[in-house]
Design a protein around this ligand. Structure first.
Ligand SMILES: *Cc1c(COP(=O)(O)O)cnc(C)c1O
Length: 332
């Protein structure tokens, strides 16, 4: 694979840190836990969408777009970062907000919702959960054309094969950093939502024949369909990266037992994990994604999924601005 063949914008200076977490590792009694700090990526407040947008925005610019259209939930990190990338590139941005939990959209809400306005979204359109979002975005694109503009649609979560290349690049960055540090990673744990992160890492680790097992912690979908979705997207991503390889289906591994009552709805394990990371390492997680992913990591450690004398890498995909939209929620 040679990712340099594919157009890319750069939104982060250098690699994100790969750090050892000694206090957390001690608190949980092993394995050694390491963290990939993708919460420190560039653009407004960082997070995983920045890596995907490096490829997606390069494509939008190559096609001469002047208006980006995308969609996400009421506290979407993806919408915040897509808007931020549009600002940086001098493009306009329209947001379609899906109210996945009935009654959860509040124009006045803080967190990412506040940042949508601060960063100057051209429009913010809330629609009920279950709306056909791609069709709605196509209608919005027609409106932009009718006004004389040039639209570009970024899919939800930036999770098509082009966006997922950002996580092929992340897998390669992890392999280089761990090699430099003399660190032999035994297992990687990441969030699995719209899937670009999980699928990109799978494609990157498999495409480099690294043999590193990867587990995605679902924040929404059920295991079976999520594993199929990740495998399909990883396969497409690998093809786009130029590798003629078939990824064995059993390498797409999803745990769906940390979702709780549903997407973005709090669980006790999530609040415990957020407090644990904050109080042992001073690292902020978020209630929707990384809090549940960390709950999955802790759960897997407690059930003995990892050898005590092994090295596990947790991919921190960002999201901390959403913390400020969940006041109290027993986090304080
Ligand atoms: C979007 C998001 C995820 C999930 O990543 P996908 O690529 O959509 O699966 C995880 N963490 C945070 C903070 C996110 O914003």
């Amino acid at each position: 694979m040679n990712l340099a063949k594919i157009a890319r914008r750069r939104y982060t200076v250098g690699a994100t840190p790969l750090e050892f977490l000694p206090n957390l590792s001690r608190e949980l009694g092993g394995p050694r836990i390491h963290i990939k700090r993708d919460d420190l990526l560039g653009l407004t407040s960082g997070g995983n969408k920045t890596r995907k947008l490096e490829f997606l925005m390069a494509d939008a610019l190559a096609r001469g777009a002047d208006t980006i259209i995308t969609t996400g939930a009421v506290q979407s990190n993806h919408c915040r970062l897509t808007l931020s990338a549009a600002v940086k590139e001098g493009l306009k941005c329209r947001l379609l907000i899906e109210e996945r939990v009935e009654g959860s959209y509040n124009e006045e809400a803080s967190g990412n919702n506040f940042l949508f306005r601060l960063l100057g979204a051209e429009s913010i359109t809330p629609v009920p959960g279950g709306t056909d979002l791609m069709t709605r975005m196509e209608t919005m694109a027609q409106e932009v054309i009718a006004e004389g503009g040039r639209p570009y649609i970024v899919p939800g979560g930036g999770s098509n094969a082009l966006g997922a290349l950002g996580y092929v690049a992340c897998a390669e960055e992890i392999l280089t950093q761990s090699f430099d540090a003399g660190l032999d990673i035994d297992h990687v744990v990441c969030a699995s939502g719209s899937g670009g992160t999980h699928a990109g890492l799978l494609a990157g680790f498999y495409g480099n024949q690294s043999g590193i097992p990867l587990t995605g912690i679902s924040v929404r979908g059920a295991k079976g369909p999520q594993e199929a979705k990740i495998h399909g997207l990883a396969q497409q991503t690998l093809a786009l990266a130029g590798a003629q390889l078939q990824i064995p289906v059993e390498l797409s591994v999803v745990r769906d037992d940390f979702v709780g009552p549903g997407y973005s709805l709090p669980t006790k394990e999530m609040t415990e994990a957020i407090k644990l990371f904050a109080r042992t390492e001073g690292i902020l997680l978020d209630p929707v994604y990384t809090g549940k992913t960390a709950a999955g990591l802790v759960g897997m450690i407690q059930e003995g999924s990892f050898e005590k004398d092994s090295d596990v890498l947790f991919v921190h995909t960002g999201g901390s601005p959403a913390l400020y939209a969940y006041p109290n929620e027993s986090l304080g």
